[in-house]
Design a protein around this ligand. Structure first.
Ligand SMILES: Nc1ncnc2c1ncn2[C@@H]1O[C@H](COP(=O)(O)OP(=O)(O)OP(=O)(O)O)[C@@H](O)[C@H]1O
Ligand SMILES: [Mg+2]
Length: 596
């Protein structure tokens, strides 16, 4: 980044963006409007030639005193922002560390001793051995709690501190080195995306990190639901007053696959059902290509000897080669010299590469088919393909083979979600989105005097979420406990088996202990206290209250009504689960964790 300070940076950035003219945000056939004025970048009053979603180039134009509203897609590999600008939804451009204009911001954190770097500045040191780079913060949030520590190089850093640090730098860059033109002190109101299958804790932590970084969080939308809004908005004029239509959003990103079945009628979008795979995305295609490249070069055995920096360069090379593929490409030439000098180039046939990727794509197809089979009364008019991972030609091929003519690639593969979020943030857009709780949430309770556990389902999957601004959903359980301490084990699950037990992808939260006995109110650690029976009817009256808001975030309050005290809990994993999560992610990809 330029050392000229914010103003210098912005001037430089504006120049760059003028030269680079982003193309991603324009529909096919877009033609520039005739220039009437001398080209002035980022004028505050001129409306850009705009297609459906907005203007290329710079953005502003919030009315004076009105906060800037943004949609932010916090992706695994990219953060993409779009602004709500008087009926247009242009993407925000940033200057990357190599001086390029980009319509995304890297969600990277680099750590060296007590030093931290975030975003583009972390990007710049990725290949540097001295820095440890965390690449999957979004995935870590899935498993973390508010205070979950990440152990790195013998140090303990709370995951939330890193997330907040990253988003703080992101907010500064939005203000100082982006195509947004903001007034000093102008508030940034954001609608944030989360994967449809995100658990309640991940939603809460994501919102908290944005808040702690200084954003005003208006709400959260599921990423594929936001993409459906972008789709509906583009088709708005054409379909006004037409009967209800069904859309299936297929969103394959860098690290998550989400699918949502959405009914659209005018400006009302109702999510019928969602499904997904939380650890599948374009990153996996890079891994497959890396493995194949080493195999083809006869260097499989040397994989273990690669340093972190070399592994990183191998994956970068593969990502770049993969992103340059088109449907006519027959061979991929990967430059392994970039990984280690003297390794030369390797030429890989595309067909076997696609064959290796095929099972992953077929995995996504199965999810879509299950979703459709579960909703046989829906006839899909369009299968709307979004997410950068879907740009791999093999994905379109498998989808076309399976679903035929209804498949439609988004013109905004990597930005549809952010644009939909910006539309959702825009009070003028009149969109109504009815979304649903995407998982089963419940608590294990002891039964039969502690000899058995039963699962008490509190919020079922598919439950319609309240509209933004409406009161949260509430579920209450009241009883007189027979023990001195309540022990609650919460779980979120993708499914419920025939036996009524949680099944599929499970998230178990750390246990909560609540002092039923008022004498234990002051006890710091209830795990050290013996659990005793007090006898039937002897206990106080206890109430558990569960609430779920428009963003799908569950909060737990437990009251002792008789003695008038209560505790509020946010679910999460408070113990040392994040290092394990980091390790699981590293293992999945065959990396050695970069923290030595
Ligand atoms: N032209 C391309 N061909 C193939 N893959 C591409 C192309 N462009 C981008 N990708 C891949 O798309 C992925 C990023 O997609 P996207 O930006 O939608 O993900 P994300 O929003 O960061 O992640 P997620 O939604 O999973 O959290 C990366 O794996 C990237 O390599
Ligand atoms: Mg995404």
């Amino acid at each position: 980044m330029s050392s000229k300070g914010p103003v210098g940076q912005l001037v430089k950035l504006r120049g760059l963006l003028a030269a680079a003219r982003p193309v991603d945000n324009r529909p096919a056939g877009w033609q520039p409007a005739p220039q009437i004025h001398k080209p002035v970048l980022f004028p505050k009053t001129v409306k850009h030639p705009s297609a459906h979603h907005g203007a290329p180039g710079g953005v502003k134009i919030a009315d004076v005193g009105v906060p800037m509203k943004l949609g932010i897609d916090f992706g695994t590999t990219r953060i993409v922002a779009a602004a709500a600008d008087r009926g247009n939804y242009p993407l925000v451009g940033f200057e990357s560390s190599d001086g390029q204009a980009r319509e995304w911001f890297p969600p990277l954190v680099a750590i060296r001793g007590n030093e931290r770097r975030f975003g583009w500045s972390a990007w710049a040191v990725q290949a540097d051995r001295e820095w440890t780079v965390l690449r999957s913060l979004k995935r870590l949030l899935k498993r973390a709690g508010l205070r979950t520590p990440l152990e790195l190089n013998g140090r303990t850093i709370p995951v939330m501190e890193l997330a907040t640090g990253l988003l703080t730098v992101f907010r500064q860059q939005l203000r100082q080195a982006s195509t947004l033109s903001l007034d000093r002190g102008e508030a940034l109101e954001v609608m944030v995306g989360v994967p449809a299958n995100a658990n309640s804790n991940q939603r809460f932590l994501t919102a908290e990190a944005f808040r702690a970084a200084g954003f005003h969080v208006m709400g959260m939308l599921n990423e594929p639901s936001a993409a459906s809004v972008e789709f509906g908005h583009r088709q708005r004029a054409q379909h006004k007053g037409q009967p209800r239509r069904s859309l299936l959003v297929y969103d394959l990103g860098g690290g998550t696959f989400d699918a949502s079945l959405v009914e659209m009628e005018d400006d009302t979008h109702t999510v019928v059902a969602s499904a997904g795979v939380s650890d599948l995305g374009g990153d996996d295609f890079d891994q497959i290509l890396a493995k194949l490249a080493l195999e083809t070069a006869g260097r499989t055995d040397e994989r273990e000897s690669l340093s972190d920096a070399e592994s990183f360069r191998l994956l970068e090379e593969c990502r770049e080669r993969k992103e340059s593929l088109n449907p006519n490409t027959r061979r991929i030439v990967a430059d392994l010299d970039r990984v280690r000098e003297g390794w030369g180039e390797v030429s890989i046939a595309v067909a076997p590469y696609y064959e290796l990727c095929r099972p992953l794509v077929e995995g996504t197809v199965e999810v879509v088919q299950e979703l459709l089979a579960g909703n046989p009364d829906q006839s899909i008019e369009t299968l709307y393909v979004t997410g950068g991972g879907s740009e791999l030609p093999a994905v379109a091929r498998v989808l076309k083979e399976t679903f035929g003519k209804v498949v439609r690639r988004s013109a905004y593969m990597r930005s549809a979600t952010a644009i939909g979020l910006a539309i959702g943030a825009d009070a003028r857009s009149d969109y109504v989105l009815r979304d649903r709780f995407a998982r089963y949430f419940g608590v294990w309770r002891e039964a039969d005097h502690g000899r058995a556990a039963t699962f008490d389902l509190l919020f079922p999957r598919g439950l319609e979420l309240p509209r933004r601004g409406a009161p949260p959903l509430r579920v209450v359980r009241s009883y007189r406990p027979v023990h001195n301490i309540g022990h609650f084990r919460y779980v979120e699950a993708a499914g419920i088996g025939e036996d009524g037990q949680p099944s599929g992808d499970l998230t178990l939260w750390d246990d909560i202990q609540f002092p039923f006995d008022p004498a234990l109110r002051g006890a710091d650690d209830l795990t050290l206290v013996d659990v005793r029976r007090k006898g039937e009817g002897a206990g106080s009256e206890v109430e558990e209250e569960y609430s779920c808001d428009a963003s799908g975030i569950v909060k737990v309050t437990i009251w002792n009504r008789s003695a008038a005290y209560r505790r509020e809990y946010t679910l999460g994993r408070w113990a040392s689960s994040a290092p394990r999560a980091a390790e699981a992610i590293a293992n999945k990809h065959g990396w050695r964790p970069r923290h030595r």
